[in-house]
Design a protein around this ligand. Structure first.
Ligand SMILES: [Zn+2]
Length: 244
């Protein structure tokens, strides 16, 4: 039976001389592996459509829990603007690798939608650091690291929130802030917005660099210290972010 599957290639594994296995994150949140026969041959029509990050419809002879065989690909979005920009490519690498790892930790199908929307936004010219951070903060829920961004994570008060702490799991109020950390109040407000915003409805972003970088640093700590995920492409991306 031929099945049409909407998805994005998150990684590929070479197979014999001319073939490869595609690992596709599908719209229902699964990672489906497909055998793409002969696609490494120069004249193969699917050659350019079976690389990492191809987002489209994959037509396969589908076998439940077995390797499906790819027969055709229709591209939905080529993310051309991202692929023409070396800096944005490193965001693409990172976000796709992160999404693949998060998808393996959850049965939710939200990971696919969040990833695709994030890539569309970056492709449309939105600030990649902000989009990356929105995705990262939303993904925490699926990693069992849900933050408390409504009130103090220690006493429950919703007054005088002065800082956010990765080790304390969210917002901390003035009374509970024994270590006397302070965070820019705009950062506190904005990080909450990142968590609750509907990514697809974003039409304008106007966030100062210091707030942006403070949020990025916080999320970096969350992932480094608590997620248990190792994202190979992150180091490279960090070097790029630090150059700016
Ligand atoms: Zn408190």
């Amino acid at each position: 039976m031929i099945k049409k599957i909407k998805g994005i290639i998150v990684s590929t594994t070479p197979f014999k001389e001319t073939s490869k296995i595609l690992n596709v994150l599908t719209e229902d949140g699964k990672i489906v592996s497909m055998m793409a026969r002969g696609v490494k041959q120069v004249k193969n029509v699917l050659r350019s459509k079976t690389n990492n990050f191809t987002y489209g419809y994959f037509y396969t002879y589908y076998k439940e829990d077995k390797l499906s065989t790819l027969t055709n690909v229709d591209i939905i979005n080529d993310f051309e603007n991202i692929k023409n920009d070396l800096e944005l490519i490193s965001y693409l690498n990172y976000l796709v690798e992160l999404s693949e790892k998060v998808a393996k930790q959850t049965t939710s199908n939200n990971i696919f939608d969040l990833l695709i929307t994030a890539l569309e936004k970056i492709n449309d010219g939105f600030d990649p650091i902000i989009i990356k951070n929105i995705l990262e903060i939303k993904f925490l829920d699926y990693l069992g690291l849900k933050l408390n961004l409504d009130n103090c994570n220690n006493c429950g008060s919703n007054k005088d929130i002065v800082t956010i702490s990765s080790s304390l799991g969210g917002f901390i109020c003035k009374n509970c802030n024994v270590e006397n950390h302070t965070t820019n109040l705009k950062t506190i407000k904005m990080i909450r917005n990142y968590y609750y915003v509907n990514l697809s409805s974003i039409s304008k972003l106007n966030i100062s660099d210091d707030v942006k970088l403070e949020i990025d640093k916080f999320l970096d700590e969350m992932y480094e210290d608590y997620s248990g995920l190792y994202i190979k492409s992150k180091k490279f991306l960090k070097n790029i972010v630090n150059l700016n």
